[in-house]
Design a protein around this ligand. Structure first.
Ligand code: ZN
Length: 230
């Protein structure tokens, strides 16, 4: 603070040369000067945000919020958002069960929303953030809309189409390729899915136990098809 005050003192006389009247006011003038030009003004500048609101980390956090909404709705917890020029223009979570639509993956719903916002089927200046590596259907849609970039959280070693099983996003013979960033906030994305399927298995065991006292299997894989996610 000593240095700052020194700076203020150095500026004072120069500022006080503005008029004779001002010079005559003495201390009273300095008080008014204090109010207008106090070095304490530096504290009025808003603090820099702790979170970078333009970072991949932040945007994946928003996709995770969508995934949490899916979980609350009893859906496989996958969330997606679309970002254009630093703004989120679409948010969606997996709604296959709610809509009784196998194509209602988070990414598909988010892409449709984004196209409505942009007013075009081309999303060439957009980035999609999704908590799980896209499946072949969604990756195909991303190529169709000419998406610039795809950022995903956890890999899907059984069905991932962004490099794990196949790479449709950068397929050599297709007419568009997306930039890919994988593994962002991976642990959180994975934990959400693992917790969901663990709860599903417990629920199914309870249901099977109630319906089949002999413990016979229902024949369905625990947690359904998506339970074998990485
Ligand atoms: Zn999909």
């Amino acid at each position: 603070m000593a240095g700052t005050n020194g700076g203020w003192k150095n500026r004072g006389p120069r500022e006080c040369r503005r008029s004779n009247d001002e010079r005559k006011t003495g201390a009273a003038h300095l008080n008014s000067f204090d109010i207008r030009h106090s070095p304490l003004d530096i504290f009025a500048v808003p603090d820099e945000p702790v979170i970078d609101l333009q970072s991949d980390q932040f945007f994946m956090g928003e996709a995770l919020r969508q995934a949490a909404r899916a979980c609350e709705a009893g859906e496989v917890p996958v969330g997606a958002i679309v970002v254009r020029e630093g703004h989120i223009i679409a948010r969606a979570f997996n709604q296959v069960e709610l809509l009784k639509d196998a194509t209602a993956h988070a990414e598909m719903l988010a892409l449709t929303q984004a196209q409505e916002v942009v007013g075009d089927w081309r999303l060439t200046d957009c980035t999609l953030y999704v908590t799980k590596e896209p499946c072949p259907m969604c990756a195909g849609a991303m190529v169709h809309v000419r998406l610039a970039r795809v950022v995903y959280g956890v890999s899907d070693v059984k069905a991932g189409a962004a490099g794990s099983v196949l790479n449709l996003l950068q397929f050599p013979t297709l007419n568009h390729r997306c930039e890919i960033t994988g593994g962002l906030r991976e642990a959180e994305c994975r934990a959400l899915l693992q917790n969901f399927f663990a709860e599903q298995r417990v629920r199914q065991k309870l249901e099977v136990g109630q319906q089949k006292p002999d413990g016979q299997s229902s024949g369905l894989p625990p947690g359904g098809r998506d339970a074998e996610l990485s």
